[in-house]
Design a binder for this molecule. Structure first.
Ligand SMILES: Nc1ncnc2c1ncn2[C@@H]1O[C@H](COP(=O)(O)OP(=O)(O)O)[C@@H](O)[C@H]1O
Ligand SMILES: [Mg+2]
Length: 250
């Protein structure tokens, strides 16, 4: 099964043109789909539709065949700016997301340890507040919080855009590792071409609210950051994406 849109149109009030124009996209279960596009091309709007945060003007979004009408824990969302509660400790931030799962207190404690370990954070981070952490650590906590809801689909809107280059590569490694081990479906928005190539099974290019191109990534996995450019197919897909994004600017 899959998460799917059919003929999706979103027209915001007062806007001259629809933000999304007849988007039909299928993201198969367990796959890693990347959306790229220039700023304003509709990436966030599309992701919000998949999450059930926006009701489309027309067309449908389905998840395993069921219409998506509202946000649900099975579709976890992560944003560029982490949305952790600054007044809560890391443990309480994660616990907040666990609350939906009806676990006993002891089980919740255990889950918090498991989740921190999964995202590569030491146990003592649990007692700290988000303001005491680096940007990369905060994004790790954000991912732990998304995972706490046991999503089968993770929807991520430029989650690493604010991080420095090295931290960003490390977070990509973490995400690929989680995706491989946990067998989740991921829809990931970025405007970084190399990030798209490293992560995606497929890369869909958005331009002016339409899918301008849908590319099946020819690179095999693993895709180590320091040898990405050496992999067969790299320069070709890079060139294609580069042109697509350049065109979007004109
Ligand atoms: N809530 C909103 N109200 C009106 N217009 C919006 C709203 N959200 C986005 N838009 C418009 O829709 C288009 C697509 O925006 P968005 O999906 O945020 O693009 P991206 O994430 O690719 O930068 C833009 O023209 C933007 O101005
Ligand atoms: Mg956006």
């Amino acid at each position: 099964m899959a998460i799917q849109t059919h003929d999706l149109v979103v027209q915001f009030p007062g806007q001259r043109e629809p933000a999304l124009k007849n988007i039909s996209l299928t993201v198969p279960d367990g796959s890693f789909a990347v959306l790229v596009g220039a700023s304003g091309s509709g990436k966030s709007t599309l992701l919000h539709c998949l999450a059930g945060l926006i009701t489309p003007t027309s067309g449908t979004v389905t998840d395993n065949g069921a219409p998506v009408t509202e946000p649900q824990p099975r579709r976890g969302v992560a944003f560029q700016r982490d949305v952790l509660f600054p007044w809560m400790t890391v443990a309480d931030n994660i616990d907040f997301a666990l609350a939906a799962r009806n676990l006993a207190k002891g089980q919740r404690q255990e889950q918090i340890s498991i989740l921190l370990d999964l995202v590569g954070l030491r146990e003592d981070v649990a007692r700290q507040r988000p303001t005491e952490l680096s940007g990369g650590m905060r994004q790790r906590v954000s991912i732990a919080r998304v995972l706490a809801g046991e999503p089968s689909v993770m929807l991520m809107d430029e989650p690493f855009a604010a991080l420095d280059a090295l931290t960003r590569l490390r977070m990509q490694d973490l995400l690929i590792d989680l995706w491989t081990r946990l067998n989740r479906t991921i829809v990931f928005v970025t405007h970084d071409i190399d990030e798209a190539i490293r992560l995606g099974d497929t890369v869909s290019v958005l331009r002016d609210g339409r899918i301008a191109d849908h590319i099946v990534n020819p690179l095999s996995r693993p895709r180590p950051a320091d040898a990405l450019a050496d992999q067969p197919g790299y320069s070709e897909i890079r060139k294609t994406l580069h042109h697509q994004l350049e065109d979007a600017r004109t």
